[in-house]
Design a protein around this ligand. Sequence first.
Ligand SMILES: *Cc1c(COP(=O)(O)O)cnc(C)c1O
Length: 433
Amino acid sequence: MAKVAEAKIRTESQKLFSQAKKYIPGGVNSPVRSFKSVGGNPVFISKASGPYLYGEDGKRYIDYCLSWGALILGHADLEVIKKLKEVISKGTSFGAVTKLETELAKLIVEAVPSIEQVRLVNSGTEAVMSAIRLARAYSGKTKIIKFEGSYHGHADYLLAKAGSGLATLGIPNSRGVPSDFTKHTITLDFNNLKAVQKTAEKYSKDLAAIIVEPVAANCGLILPQEGFLQTLRKIADKYNIVLIFDEVITGFRVCYQGAQGFLGVKPDLTCLGKIIGGGLPVGAFGGKKEIMKLLAPLGDVYQAGTLSGNPLAVTAGIATLKKLNNRKIYENLERKAKELCEAIKVISRKNRVNLEINYISSMFSVFFTKGKVIDYKTAQAQDLTIFKKLFQGLLREGIYFSPSGFETNFLSIAHTKEIIEKTLQVFSKLLKK
Ligand SMILES: *Cc1c(COP(=O)(O)O)cnc(C)c1O
């Protein structure tokens, strides 16, 4: 019976996927959605509610991807939807200023320790591009340091990987990016302070910015080691480098004050996205007034957007942040994530599976590997064949993990104790095999 149902589901998603592939390259509008690295056909989603995604196939899934972390309140939160319904009847875009934008900006400034002023954009990619332009203008310098395995959106000069050897200049890791565009990008290992120190010294006259995910969440979840961010702050100060935290994932996720509040290190500029849009397309970048005032129309750093500060997106963001401004919510999320992750560790030990689980607050990643995962190289040491099996097993059992071994999973406030228990039962069953 179950087998027949599964076969039907497979045929159905195969049909939808091949139709999509006819009109959309690869059938997707963002590559990881294709399930390329986990195999099988992607699940086409028809609707979602609370912790659940519903496939076009009629199957229900517990969602641990949550629109890549954006939906910390769970899907279709009633308050967010109610506010959206109210504003949508008043118009969808004005291309002019609104009170709503000031309200969201104020919420962000009051929450994030280092942000004195903030500008709203439409995506995390845009936020990062604009922050880097601003950092270059402010410092009057050109080169940037980023870390391997981090993701900062798809701007040309950020699609760079390390060349051979320490502190060589970046080489493109996408076709279509001229090497001239990545030659100012230096890629170093996350958590490797020696490399940062050496590079900062060598290029001190040229270094405009260090951009870092304070908690790296785009090659699986990797935590900063003790002192890593603090020392980046010191190095940035010493050499007049603008320190940029890309908090597109961690902002309002690890706590209401973001990773900078959680870990107690203040950057000069911060990039936000995901959660601050409450599930609609938004990004933001902000920081010290002294830097932000260089932006047009005050200054001569150009940046603009037709739909920036869109009333629907901003409304969803305001409703989300207002609900999140409550320490209990984060304590609760943290406790549930800890419960889940510690129990998965126990299950894996019992079944003699080499599994590492990294977690902080309500974010976690499982890696099938023996050693600790502290940077891109150690993340790459994981056994992706086992991950693939786990992913497919979870999916069969109605659990939707982020579809890659190099992505992070998330909890929402809609993930109840029962949902966690159900997830653990499935893990027990799968890790036995
Ligand atoms: C998702 C993400 C981005 C890009 O945001 P988009 O809205 O997809 O453009 C940038 N930086 C980090 C850390 C992200 O996780």
